[in-house]
Design a protein around this ligand. Structure first.
Ligand SMILES: Nc1ncnc2c1ncn2[C@@H]1O[C@H](COP(=O)(O)OP(=O)(O)OP(=O)(O)O)[C@@H](O)[C@H]1O
Ligand SMILES: [Mg+2]
Length: 550
């Protein structure tokens, strides 16, 4: 038989070709919707398109506006050698039939390229390919012409038809949109990444100002601390903060963290002195369910909880020797093994530690491992005791006074010069914390509109008890906390029963508040609060009961 197909058969063949094209358009429509990365999308489009158009090659040529050249980032070809050569080829954007389609912004169909004066023979020479017939469709987006899509050499009995071109044009429109979307997406992603970086930098700057400004001090010793904190914040090296109790070690640790690149990560603090050895290990490194009695569920441990952030090992000198060995291993391997587990897990944690004992001396005495010392004390920061920076006392006292007055809803006029004098002469074994507590106490005792007089201070500061019992005499305001109105109501003329009563009440009120504050500071732990207040546990409990505290 051979020859022409019967009309029905021809209909059937055309019908199935049209169905194929619809199927392809549908499939590509889905691909366009699902993918935004051109490198995934376009290879799929050109490969499918080659199949459906039955072409030897399909290429997307993109315009490089800077050099006004066309190049071939995406090619689907029967011959892989031609693909390679085309990928390396660039030619002037106005050359060839592709150039004409781009310039004129219209689709071009050529049945015999070799005879077309517009044909660019350079490409054929380089690739060794002979172009017979071709379709060239410009890719036009809202932002202008971005390239051309070409179909080369129909593999059917006839060159590409008008219908082939109409189909190819429709496809070109979708590809142009995909290219535009992908470019916009890349722009958005890049600007998002750069904004993220800039916001991060600004946020850290802000945090640094914020946290650093909470740390009060203007003496050279404190300025040096700020300088060291800045350096520590700029890297991830382990920092050891040394200083007597109440000198602000935790404040400094938090400040370093907040001003560092890890500030978005967690800050996990653990007091190494507060936990028994067995618990310390499972707290730090976690445990598997059933690892010991009471381990009812898996616990990842604080090291893993601090992943991406900081673990603050407070009172590190109190860490038991056996734990020191385990900690050293974790720091060296950068991985933890939970109690009852044998699977090491990677952790990325910065270690900040603090101690109020001289860690070096602890090493010399054999209480602290030397190798661990060198690991944690890479960058030491020593905080000066308050008595070594007495010039900061008025500044600190003024700040604490304002804060306390606000908390107690009292209008306090300021610190009397004699008060500042006394505060400046005292040795402050409890350092800044003790000063803050002292001011808190004074504000609690003071009446609305008072100036803080030596009589408001504790006896320990060099004020005699009788003096403390006397009502304060008004004195001129000081610079520490500026006063706006006249000082305090006049003192009572004579000591009466009622003033003695009110003193007792004030003392009780103060004591209750002081105990409540101390409890809060120790997270409600009665033993530690009792220790901090210099009371026995039983005595503290009795007072708590009397004041209705828990
Ligand atoms: N330079 C400072 N400026 C303002 N407040 C400070 C300063 N130093 C310490 N403080 C305050 O003093 C109190 C104690 O500070 P922090 O807890 O950081 O001390 P610490 O050195 O960790 O003490 P400890 O050794 O007892 O744990 C906190 O309320 C803190 O806000
Ligand atoms: Mg501390």
């Amino acid at each position: 038989m051979g020859g022409e197909n019967s009309p029905r058969e021809a209909d059937g063949a055309e019908g199935s070709a049209a169905a194929n094209r619809f199927a392809l358009l549908y499939e590509l429509g889905c691909a366009f919707a699902a993918r935004i990365e051109l490198d995934e999308l376009i290879p799929l489009v050109v490969a499918k398109c080659r199949e459906v158009l039955n072409a030897e090659g399909i290429s997307v040529l993109l315009l490089d506006p800077e050099h006004n050249e066309l190049y071939f980032p995406y090619v689907s070809q029967v011959d892989p050698n031609v693909v390679e050569r085309l990928r390396r080829l660039r030619f002037p954007a106005d050359a060839g039939i592709a150039g004409a389609a781009l310039r004129e912004g219209i689709a071009i169909r050529v049945a015999d390229a070799q005879r077309d004066p517009r044909h660019y023979h350079g490409a054929d020479e380089i690739t060794g390919f002979t172009t017979r017939d071709l379709l060239a469709v410009p890719l036009i987006t809202h932002q202008g012409k971005v390239g051309v899509i070409e179909a080369v050499n129909s593999r059917g009995p006839q060159p590409f038809s008008e219908e082939d071109m109409a189909f190819f044009e429709a496809l070109g429109a979708s590809i142009a949109i995909a290219i535009e979307n992908a470019r916009l997406y890349t722009q958005v992603r890049e600007s998002e990444a750069s904004l993220r970086t800039r916001v991060g930098v600004l946020r850290r700057d802000l945090a640094r100002t914020d946290v650093f400004s909470k740390i009060i001090g203007s003496t050279p010793a404190m300025l040096e601390v700020f300088r060291l904190m800045e350096s520590a914040a700029a890297s991830s090296i382990p920092v050891l903060i040394e200083g007597e109790t109440g000198t602000g070690k935790e404040l400094v640790a938090r400040g370093i963290h907040m001003a560092s690149a890890r500030s978005e990560g967690p800050f996990v603090a653990i007091n190494c002195a507060s936990l028994p050895e067995t618990l310390l290990e499972s707290e730090l490194f976690g445990h598997r369910r059933g690892a010991f009695t009471g381990a009812v569920r898996d616990n990842p441990g604080l090291f893993r909880a601090a992943h991406g952030g900081v673990i603050f090992l407070d009172e590190i000198s109190d860490m038991p020797m056996s734990m020191q060995a385990k900690l050293l291993r974790v720091l060296e391997e950068e991985e933890v093994v939970a109690v009852g587990d044998n699977l090491p897990r990677k952790v990325d944690v910065r270690v900040l530690s603090a101690t109020n004992r001289d860690l070096k001396t602890q090493v010399e005495r054999g209480n602290f491992r030397q190798d661990l010392y060198y690991r944690v004390a890479v960058f030491p920061i020593r905080l000066p005791p308050l008595r070594r920076r007495r010039e900061d006392i008025p500044l600190l006292a003024g700040e604490f006074l304002n804060a306390a007055a606000q908390r107690h809803h009292k209008r306090i006029l300021g610190l009397a010069p004699e008060t500042i004098d006394l505060l400046g002469r005292y040795d402050w074994p409890g350092n800044v914390r003790e000063l803050r507590n002292e001011i808190d106490r004074a504000v609690a005792l003071a009446r609305d509109g008072d100036l803080i007089h030596p009589g408001h201070l504790s006896a320990g500061l060099g004020v005699s008890v009788t003096q403390a019992g006397e009502p304060p005499t008004p004195v001129p305001q000081t610079a520490a906390a500026p006063a706006t109105t006249q000082a305090a109501p006049p003192a009572a003329e004579g000591q009466s029963q009622s003033s003695a009563n009110s003193l007792r009440k004030a003392r009780a009120a103060f004591e209750a508040r002081h105990i409540a504050d101390a409890l809060r500071q120790h997270q409600g732990n009665v033993s530690r609060t009792a220790q901090a207040l210099g009371l026995s546990r039983a005595a503290l409990q009795k007072k708590m009961k009397a004041y209705g505290l828990r």
